[in-house]
Design a protein around this ligand. Structure first.
Ligand code: FAD
Length: 344
């Protein structure tokens, strides 16, 4: 099979993988023309690689700007296409019930948007809400078994003919291989330090999670406070792994985990869902991750590097899984627009 590197995706987190997928399936680019370059690939672990550490589910904590509302809705309503392509729910992406509680009402803009697409949405009557909760909903969400899901998207892309190269770049210009026409910059938190990009609007929002073995819990439960986030997320098709979280620590770059924080997570999650303790708590892992946040929101825009096209797609903060498919779709639409304008 002859191949070329006309389309390079820099980054193999969920953003880069969704982007490579959309290149094949939205833009109908031949997989043999697509190369993914990344310092860390599915299966690797590093504090500089956020995606394996996500909770990860669809929830309603994303911002209320029109772009993010659209990315959430697109992702929620289109993920079943990707699910089918990579081999079905057992590849680490499935539906489960969820309950979300807010201490402060999230606003009509968010709620009215959710009403247009969430499956099985119910607004919980006020008298059924726990103390201190202003608003609550139940619906059917998406759950991911993040490290496994990443590996299965990579497998699908590789089987189709996409090339993966493990390499750390120090400058964005190094992503342009001899025949490259366009690079998609999906470097997440790496966009802060990569020369040629060095986006000082990027900052980490650190989280810590516990992975526990709790096959008796098959539903999500989330509580959003003004200064805390508590969440319980079953990993899809993981033989009973459950994520307990968490923290949202702005500008904290540490990859260390803290026993004190784990204790606090256990306290809050077992108060929110006492059934977790119907079995002895079996902790499988404790991990920290840096959400790639950005002042001004996600960056999806074009630029030229030595006359060649660069399309940025990063800054997914705490919602790469649940918004990222819509973000990738938008980034690939920018490519198609350039093609129509014959600038490529
Ligand atoms: C505790 C926690 C819980 C979360 N829960 C959820 C959730 O429930 N739902 C949800 O949707 N999201 C959740 N998130 C957020 C989600 O994990 C992120 O939005 C997402 O992982 C960001 O993906 P990314 O591909 O942009 O970045 P990353 O996963 O960090 O990938 C970046 C890629 O770029 C590569 N790269 C960077 N710089 C370079 C370089 N110089 N050279 C070569 N390669 C480079 C890296 O090697 C990597 O492959 C959570 C995050 C955390 C930490």
């Amino acid at each position: 099979m002859s191949r070329s590197d006309e389309y390079v995706v820099l980054g193999a987190g969920i953003t880069g993988l969704y982007t490579a997928y959309c290149l094949l399936n939205d833009a109908k680019i031949s997989p043999t023309k697509v190369t993914v370059i990344a310092q860390y690939l599915p299966g690797d672990q590093s504090i500089h690689y956020t995606s394996p550490w996500a909770g990860g589910n669809f929830s309603c904590i994303t911002p209320n700007d029109p772009d993010t509302l659209e990315f959430d809705k697109y992702t929620y309503t289109h993920l079943h296409e990707l699910q089918a392509k990579i081999g079905g729910p057992e590849k680490g992406i499935d539906h489960n019930p969820t309950t979300e509680y807010w201490d402060v009402y999230p606003g009509d803009v968010k709620v009215n948007s959710l009403k247009t697409y969430l499956k099985d949405l119910q607004i919980i009557p006020k008298f059924q809400l726990p103390a201190g909760v202003a608003f609550g909903i139940k619906y059917t969400t998406w759950d991911f078994f993040c490290p496994f899901y990443l590996a299965n998207i990579k497998k699908y892309l590789e089987a189709a003919g996409v090339t993966f190269i493990k390499q750390k770049l120090t400058h964005i210009s190094q992503a342009y291989l001899p025949r490259t026409k366009v690079v998609f910059n999906c470097t997440g938190i790496g966009a802060f330090s990569l020369s040629g990009v060095k986006d000082s609007n990027v900052y980490p929002t650190r989280g810590q999670v516990l992975v526990v073995h709790a096959p008796h819990i098959q539903e999500n439960r989330m509580r959003w406070g003004e200064d805390y986030a508590t969440y319980i997320i079953p990993r899809a098709h993981s033989n009973g792994q459950l994520i307990l979280g968490g923290f949202l620590q702005k500008d904290n770059w540490t990859g260390d985990t803290s026993a004190e924080e784990s204790k606090d997570i256990i306290k809050r999650t077992t108060e929110l869902m006492p059934e977790i303790l119907d079995r002895p708590l079996e902790i499988l892992a404790v991990a920290a991750g840096l959400r790639p946040s950005r002042y001004g929101g996600v960056r999806i825009e074009t630029e030229r590097v030595e006359g060649k096209l660069l399309i940025h797609n990063y800054g997914a903060s705490g919602y790469g899984y649940q918004s990222g498919f819509g973000m990738a779709h938008r980034a690939v639409q920018l490519l198609l627009k350039e093609k129509r304008g014959a600038k490529l």
